[in-house]
Design a protein around this ligand. Structure first.
Ligand SMILES: [Zn+2]
Length: 133
């Protein structure tokens, strides 16, 4: 479960309160966790997708919502859920490429690129064209 004191610092009283009501009335229709990445769907007038990246399973590293607002009630609803319930890791699930990229550390990515540059000549050529020299 995440540290609720930490994330609540960033929320306006009203969005936080509405989000709490949304959570309690079961408007978080779907939530799944893949290591540090949480994807959720919150039902409002429409369904809104909320994406959260956690740090140490305890703090919010980044968060976004389809509604486009900063610190919205949809985010707050998901964060109230994460503060009150354990969402188990869904390890074997297919992950979106975007989520994989979000999860990777820079040095992991660089070492993979180096390996590909050695083994894949087409990749090597495209890499040179893209980044010059
Ligand atoms: Zn929202």
């Amino acid at each position: 479960m995440i540290d609720d004191y930490d994330w609540q610092l960033n929320f306006h009283y009203r969005e936080n309160g509405t989000g709490k009501n949304y959570y309690k009335s079961g408007r978080v229709k779907f939530i799944e966790k893949n290591e540090s990445i949480v994807n959720a769907i919150v039902l409002d007038d429409y369904e809104f997708k909320v994406k959260i990246k956690l740090c140490d399973d305890k703090y919010v590293d980044s968060i976004s919502c389809e509604c486009g607002e900063q610190s919205c009630k949809h985010m707050a609803a998901c964060l109230h859920l994460l503060s009150n319930e354990e969402v188990p890791d869904n390890e074997n699930k297919f992950m979106e490429i975007e989520d994989i990229l979000d999860k990777l550390k820079d040095d992991e990515l660089i070492s993979f690129v180096k390996k590909q540059l050695k083994n894949d000549y087409n990749f090597y050529r495209e890499f040179r064209e893209e980044f010059g020299l």
